[in-house]
Ligand binder design. Structure first.
Ligand SMILES: Cc1cc2nc3c(=O)[nH]c(=O)nc-3n(C[C@H](O)[C@H](O)[C@H](O)COP(=O)(O)OP(=O)(O)OC[C@H]3O[C@@H](n4cnc5c(N)ncnc54)[C@H](O)[C@@H]3O)c2cc1C
Length: 106
């Protein structure tokens, strides 16, 4: 007989209220100007670098394929971050929040 699984850890109770002192978009540094835009930008640079190296590995890469459409890239990256901001806004709506300059107030 397999050993029984360890008992699940007790989760701390959810807060009944929160104060959000946010002057810009919800999500903080990581979502808005840190990890997320950094990783999306790094991934685009990595694709460009791989396209540049691809011919040496026998791939036929059309001229200019490694050039990025920067306005299109930036628009899509900004939209992705806005979608994450929306997720934070919606999750904040599950308990009373005092939110300075957020889109919603409750
Ligand atoms: C370019 C960059 C890339 C990063 N990449 C990664 C990564 O890949 N992986 C990783 O693990 N970490 C990464 N980090 C670090 C990560 O963003 C931080 O560790 C994380 O955001 C810290 O979270 P926090 O909640 O402590 O603070 P924050 O997310 O910075 O939240 C603090 C919030 O407080 C607000 N604030 C500040 N002062 C005041 C004030 N006086 N009044 C009201 N509000 C205020 C700010 O606007 C901010 O929204 C990166 C950071 C940067 C800058």
């Amino acid at each position: 007989m397999p050993p029984s699984p360890p008992p699940s850890p007790r989760l701390p109770p959810l807060p009944s209220a929160a104060i959000v002192e946010e002057t810009w978009r919800l999500g903080g540094t990581c979502v808005n100007v840190g990890c997320v835009p950094k990783k999306v930008s790094w991934h685009a640079a990595d694709i460009a670098e791989k396209l540049r190296q691809a011919e040496a590995y026998g791939f036929k890469v059309p001229e200019g394929a490694d050039k990025i459409d920067w306005p299109m890239f930036k628009e899509k990256r900004d939209k992705y971050i806005e979608r994450l901001n929306g997720i934070y806004e919606r999750s904040a709506s599950s308990f009373p929040v005092v939110c300075r300059r957020c889109k919603r107030q409750s």
